[in-house]
Design a protein around this ligand. Sequence first.
Ligand code: GLU
Length: 552
Amino acid sequence: MENYDKLADLLLPDVDKSPADYEALYPPRGLPEGARVTRIAPSPTGYLHLGVLFTAMCNKRVAATTGGVFYLRIEDTDKKREVEGGIADIVGGLTRFGVTIDEGFVEAGREEGAYGPYQQSKRGPIYRCFAKELIKQGLAYPCFCTEEELAAIREEQEAGKIRTGYHGKWARCRDMAYEEVKKRVEAGEKFVVRLRSPGSEENRVTFDDGIKGKIQLPENDEDFVILKSDGIPTYHFAHVVDDHLMRTTHVIRGDEWISSTPKHLQLFRLLGWKPPKYAHVAPIMKEENGGRRKLSKRKDPEAAVRYYIEAGYPPEAVIEYLMTVASSDFEDWRRANKTADLNAFKFNLKKMSVSGALFDLNKLRDVSKNYISLMDADRVTGEIIGWARDFDPAFYDLLAADPAYTKAIFSIDRDCPKPRKDIAKWDEAKTYAAYFFDGLYTPCFELPENLSAADAAAALTAYMPVYDPADGREAWFQKIKDICPGIGFSPEVKEYKKNPAAYKGHAGDVSTVIRIAVTGRRNTPDLCSIMQLLGKERCMARMEAAKAAWQA
Ligand code: GLU
């Protein structure tokens, strides 16, 4: 067909700007050499997925460590899959996890930056302008094939063992005469716009992936759809137009897009634009039954970012952990730079796993325990109260009733050289602190095997009269040692070890008895501090109850 201009006007009459207008509207960014422009481009189709947070974090690191820009673009071309509040969930989630957005949707409902709109559903005229340009150049054409016709083509291809798709002689509408197109458009027939691919399957395209290295794939020969019948672009076309006009330098995205990259490179070339550097992130994997599989939105609750919020993992701990998943040299760096800002870490895409790094909740727990152990009492208390307010109102009421008491609970064995690592997430705080609240405390009088109930009762009988809540740690323990000889225990562990047959146990065993009586647990933070906080009356009552149970 000769007159492509006429065809372009017939198909897309409403385009009122030229490509040059858009080039002028969105000029190159003028950032310093080496500064990278990256983005995350999620669809608002429900909760924020861990994989999106992970990829966003990598993009953010690349931008932040090069003095570049990280922006958020919403890919909402599929209105059927959209969920209300989807944008707020994405922006809120990323921000909460410290993946702060420099440009684009910085808040749900608030866009910032000179390269917008940052929502694809608002960019219709832009896509149509560039689709029209391709039509004018004979590089795109309308296709009227119905679903049924496309299914019939596919069936025929499958029967003949031919590669399926709209390519070569199978591209029926490729050479439709202008008059025919006009007739059908005027009759109101629906059409899509397809690229007229100049590619051949025989040729290879090569690109240097920022994570996976050199990748070679067959050139695209498919006349794939660029605009759907409602004028909305496909991902392929929107990606190329947006990342060009938003001046993205690095497209770091999920590796499910690798096989489409030849299409994207082809589009960049046909539009006369320089492609970005691609880096394809392998999915986060999970170990299961000795094998590995992708973390699944459907099967794994931990695939949703909400999971970490609801469980009360500190966002910083989640990011610290995800950095260890993302970059094989992060842990070493962190060991050497314990308190350094994340921006000081030189994130290198080449250190990312090519096949998919393993996600390990136990390791996340360890990272988080460590992170929480280093928080001061004020912070921990504030975080726990904040978490409980949102997720456990009954616990919140207990904590808020006496803030000084609450803070004292979470101050024990904190802000010291060797803080304990009991709590990995805030939903564990209630169990951790249960014995401090009569309403939560459940006594448990189970003794370790080496201690008999009679000996335990005798220990309490000896200890209760000498217990003085005013004693400091040393005096407290001295009292325990002092009662040992009278009840057949050794005050010193060393002595006991030399001659175990001579004793019923040692001073440590006596404190275990007291610990179980007062807290219902064998393992707690410093017992002297716990007893001081519980107060004499409560401690005595609990010891009394334990003694009675052990004497029975
Ligand atoms: N909307 C696409 C996705 O969520 C974006 C991929 C990309 O980063 O280009 O997979």
